[in-house]
Design a protein around this ligand. Sequence first.
Ligand SMILES: Cc1cc2nc3c(=O)[nH]c(=O)nc-3n(C[C@H](O)[C@H](O)[C@H](O)COP(=O)(O)O)c2cc1C
Length: 196
Amino acid sequence: MVNVSSPNTPGLRDLQAVEQLRPLLNEVRSTLDSEGHRTLPLLVKIAPDLADADVDAVADLALELGLDGIIATNTTISREGLRGDPEAVGAGGLSGAPLKRRSLEVLQRLRSRVGDRLVLIAAGGIETPMDAWERIRAGATLVQGYTGLVYGGPLWPRRMHKGLARLVRAAGYSSIGQAVGADAGADGAPADAGDG
Ligand SMILES: Cc1cc2nc3c(=O)[nH]c(=O)nc-3n(C[C@H](O)[C@H](O)[C@H](O)COP(=O)(O)O)c2cc1C
């Protein structure tokens, strides 16, 4: 995984601009290929703070360079919607709930751009089985939870698994894989309400 989205390393996020990202990923891709690691999956992890057009540009680049997937998203430098004094939370990336909406949006955008041609991994504010379910239905084949585990404790993964299993059954699926992208249209765009 190529992480160009951590807010904690000065200048790192600038590498997400396609002009910077293209040579970097190209080099990683060709090194992996030349060393016989073609089977090693190569994914890029992006920030939720990218503008929509830049999300699209990274998606196009990932397709062009034959990457395996995209991880959306890292933490945010935005302080939008926070109650109280934003200064009080200090510098650095915010994880968890404040990230939820934008991380989902970025995922939806990626799915509508690439359909099922790339693996999409969702991260950012996934705390409940419903959060994970929403990401899976938006097109994620894997979900990651960091802050959810920190606050939920060691039994959090078990609660997530059980809750997800219930949601899969309630939707009438026999496997969670059937739910991947269920909220996205055939071209990857979000489907109309009520459509499956
Ligand atoms: C303390 C901390 C350290 C992190 N370190 C990394 C890291 O080294 N590499 C990385 O790609 N993401 C890192 N992340 C980002 C998480 O992998 C994840 O993308 C982000 O926290 C959003 O998920 P969450 O809302 O479930 O926490 C870190 C997040 C936190 C809170």
